[in-house]
Design a protein around this ligand. Structure first.
Ligand SMILES: [Zn+2]
Ligand SMILES: [Zn+2]
Length: 127
């Protein structure tokens, strides 16, 4: 296969490209199958039609349910993780971002509900 960073031929199981020192599937400049140059937003090679691989699909990018829950409780944590993972783990980053928003909205809803209940119990006090 070809290094997606520099386009030189590398062993299919190579973790690091011997030519540029980057993980071969980390790049977005060349097709891993035929070495044809590709653009970063491309999903398929225009030369050989193969689906362009990236290191993301190597199985390390699984959003964890427990983490989503934690992020839901602490939206700020999700925001931080989103910025850390944006480049390396777009899937996890996206999921974390989604749950941070859910947690944030939930927090506001709970806050409003708490105020309403407070106001309600106060008004009931007067009757
Ligand atoms: Zn390379
Ligand atoms: Zn190709």
């Amino acid at each position: 296969m070809y290094c997606r960073e520099c386009g030189s031929q590398v062993n299919g199981k190579a973790e690091i490209c011997t030519s540029c020192g980057v993980r071969p599937l980390n790049g977005k400049n060349y097709c891993q199958s035929c070495g044809y140059s590709t653009k970063s937003e491309q999903e398929m090679c225009t030369s050989c039609g193969v689906r362009l691989n990236s290191s993301v699909s190597s199985g390390q990018d699984h959003p964890s349910g427990l983490l989503n829950l934690a992020v839901c409780c602490f939206p700020l944590l999700g925001l931080i993780l989103y910025f850390i993972w944006r480049e390396d783990k777009p899937k996890s980053a996206k999921s974390v971002c989604k749950w941070a928003i859910v947690g944030f909205v939930l927090g506001i809803v709970l806050y409003i509900a708490g105020m309403l209940i407070g106001a309600l119990s106060e008004s009931m006090y007067y009757y």
